[in-house]
Write a protein that binds this ligand. Structure first.
Ligand SMILES: Nc1nc2c(ncn2[C@@H]2O[C@H](COP(=O)(O)OP(=O)(O)OP(=O)(O)O)[C@@H](O)[C@H]2O)c(=O)[nH]1
Length: 240
C-alpha cells in the first residue's frame, strides 16, 4: 500500500470516541487489546461498531439492515451460479396475546427463545435475522427446490415444540406461520421483490389458519414481468 501523505496523518487521540466505547462496553463487545489509539486498535473498534450495528439487540441475530445486504449478495450469487436459494419469512402467531396475557418481558423471552431455536435448526451457512417485532427471515443458500417444503416444515415444527418458561411454573407454547420463495435462478432480480414473494406466502399461511408453511409453487412463469424487465435492462446495457 502507498504511504499516506503527511497531510492525512493526525493525532488519533483527538478522535471523540467516548460514546462509541461506552456503547461497545454496554453491549458487552470485546475491545481490541492492542495499544489504544494505534491503527490496529482503531480498526478493532470500527469492526466492533460494524458488528454491533448489524445485530438486533434483543436476540443477537442479524438485523433488517444487514439481512437486506445479505439478500442482495445472495440474489447476485444465484444469478451468477444458478444455484437455488430459499428465503423463508416467519411470524409468531397471535403474539399480541402473549404480551397481553403474560406481559411484555415474557413476550421478549418468547422472541429470544424462537430466535435461538431458529439458529439451531438451520445450517451454519444460512442467515437468520429478526426483521421486525415478532418477524424473522432466513436465507438458505444452495437449498434444493425439492427440499424447500421439508425445510420450512422442519423450522415450523421446531418452534412448535418449544416449551418456554416465562416465569417459574409458567410455560408458554407458540406457533409460527412461514412463507417461502426461491430466488429466480439466472435472473438478476431484486431482494425487495424476493422478500415480497415470500411475504405473500406468509400472508397465505396466516389466512389459511396459521401454524403452517406455504411455499410459492415452483413454475417458470413465476418470474414476474418486473423481474423479466430487469433482466432485459441488464442485457440491453451489456449490448450497448
Ligand atoms: N414483547 C415484545 N413485543 C413486541 C416486540 N415487537 C413487537 N411486539 C408486539 O408484537 C405484537 C404483534 O401483533 P400483531 O401484529 O397484531 O400480530 P399477532 O398478534 O402476532 O397476530 P398474527 O400475526 O396475525 O398471528 C404487537 O402487540 C407488538 O406490540 C418486542 O420487541 N417485544
Amino acid at each position: 500500500m502507498e504511504p499516506l501523505p503527511q497531510s492525512a496523518l493526525f493525532d488519533t487521540r483527538r478522535l471523540q470516541l467516548d460514546v462509541a466505547l461506552q456503547l461497545l462496553q454496554q453491549a458487552g463487545a470485546l475491545l481490541p487489546d492492542s495499544e489504544p489509539y494505534s491503527a490496529e486498535w482503531l480498526q478493532g473498534v470500527i469492526d466492533a461498531l460494524c458488528d454491533l450495528s448489524s445485530r438486533d439487540g434483543l436476540t443477537g441475530l442479524a438485523n433488517r439492515r444487514s439481512f437486506e445486504m445479505a439478500m442482495s449478495r445472495e440474489v447476485d450469487r444465484v444469478a451468477r451460479s444458478g444455484e437455488p436459494a430459499l428465503l423463508l419469512t416467519l411470524d409468531i402467531d397471535h403474539f399480541k396475546n402473549i404480551n397481553d396475557t403474560y406481559g411484555h418481558m415474557a413476550g421478549d423471552q418468547v422472541i429470544q427463545a424462537v430466535a435461538d431455536a431458529l439458529k439451531q435448526v438451520v445450517r451454519p451457512m444460512d442467515s437468520v435475522a429478526r426483521v421486525g417485532g415478532e418477524e424473522f427471515a432466513i436465507i438458505l443458500p444452495n437449498c434444493a427446490t425439492a427440499f424447500g417444503a421439508t425445510v420450512a416444515e422442519r423450522v415450523r415444527e421446531r418452534v412448535s415444540e418449544l416449551r418456554i418458561e416465562v416465569s417459574p411454573g409458567q410455560v408458554v407454547v407458540v406457533t409460527i406461520s412461514v412463507g417461502g420463495a426461491f430466488a429466480p435462478q439466472w435472473v438478476r432480480s431484486s431482494s425487495l421483490l424476493w422478500m415480497e414473494r415470500a411475504d405473500r406466502q406468509l400472508y397465505r399461511a396466516k389466512a389459511e389458519g396459521r401454524n403452517r408453511a406455504c411455499l410459492e409453487p415452483q413454475i417458470d412463469s413465476l418470474v414476474s414481468a418486473e423481474e423479466k424487465g430487469m433482466l432485459f435492462a441488464v442485457t440491453q446495457q451489456e449490448v450497448e
